[in-house]
Design a binder for this molecule. Structure first.
Ligand code: VAH
Length: 315
């Protein structure tokens, strides 16, 4: 019997691509997409969809019982930049959605959970280069605090109630299929759109801001790889560090100029600079490599080629 999957936040930057990949892998009818509002035409027509508020326990429970859901991917969250503008709304969404799925698993109504953490769990006094799996974590953003708290709850529910919840600390994610929303690393997506539209981009971070980044295909592959790994191989039940590449806005611009020679970048840092300055520059993901053979495939060169090649006919 094929497993039945529910994705909460299926219309977001990660959720959209996760839905496509999971439907291809497990069969469209076995993957229920859900979000607070409807998604694009291709997502809506490629399988079952439910309008669902991830903070509403009863509503999620109804969908879980109706479709006999086995596994839940909780992708609904408010990201770092927006969360600074609406702290209490961010806390409510990011935490209560997690409690909802953890409690469904505790009640044995679902058997497995994926929940995304972020490099945002690290703070200004975390060692910035090759940031370790276990190290100083004093996040200074609402989003980072919610992700650090979420990791503690995931590990607690695993140890106390044997809930099979799995998680990775995503770096900044780069994709072309959907626009990101409210993130500090979104510049790394916007820059490709603007390069093709205007051959110029005004960056909201300064040129030397080096951040861990990842192409979406790698992030989706890592997510599914982790979810399919044998439970006994997983030594981390808070959230795995996950890395692939790190770069600065200046380096992205130099890479884009290999394809668009006249591309110009300017810098006008805003409130997101302080957020980015509190995060690591590079990540040690040796635990993920050891426990479930994580291996990235996209570097900056390949990411730039993919982004420009797929966006060139859309702008
Ligand atoms: C953000 N894209 O910018 C997210 C991510 C590491 C950053 O969590 O908030």
């Amino acid at each position: 019997m094929q497993k039945s999957i529910l994705i909460l936040g299926a219309c977001g930057q990660i959720g959209t691509e996760l839905t496509i990949e999971l439907r291809a892998k497990y069969g469209s009818e076995n993957v229920v997409a859900s979000d607070i509002r409807e998604g694009g035409e291709s997502l809506m027509q490629s399988g079952p969809f439910e309008l669902l508020d991830a903070t509403n326990y009863e509503a999620i429970e109804d969908v879980v019982m109706h479709y006999e859901i086995d596994e839940v991917y909780l992708m609904a969250a408010m990201l770092s930049a927006t969360a600074e503008k609406f702290p209490m709304r961010a806390w409510n969404l990011n935490m209560n959605s997690l409690f909802n799925v953890l409690n469904l698993a505790k009640e044995k109504k679902i058997s497995k959970i994926f929940w995304p953490s972020s490099i945002a769990v690290f703070g200004p006094n975390t060692p910035k280069e090759n940031t370790m799996q276990s190290t100083i974590m004093e996040p200074s953003t609402v989003y980072g605090i919610s992700k650090q708290s979420g990791e503690r709850w995931c590990e607690y529910y695993f140890k106390k109630f044997d809930v099979d919840v799995r998680s990775v600390r995503y770096p900044g994610l780069i994709s072309w299929k959907t626009m990101p929303g409210g993130g500090t690393t979104d510049y790394a997506v916007d820059i490709y759109h603007e390069a093709l539209k205007k051959e110029s981009y005004e960056c909201f971070l300064n040129e030397e801001t080096k951040l861990p980044m990842m192409y979406m295909d790698d992030a989706i592959r890592a997510t599914i790889n982790l979810m399919e790994s044998p439970s006994e191989k997983l030594s981390v039940r808070s959230s795995y560090n996950l890395g692939s590449m790190s770069f600065t806005p200046k380096e992205v611009a130099q890479n884009i100029r290999k394809h668009i020679p006249n591309f110009e970048i300017s810098y006008n840092p805003d409130f997101r600079q302080q957020i980015a300055d509190s995060w690591p520059s590079s990540i040690d993901d040796s635990a993920a490599k050891r426990d479930w053979n994580w291996q990235p495939e996209f570097d900056l060169e390949k990411t730039t080629e993919e982004m420009l090649d797929n966006l060139k006919d859309t702008v």
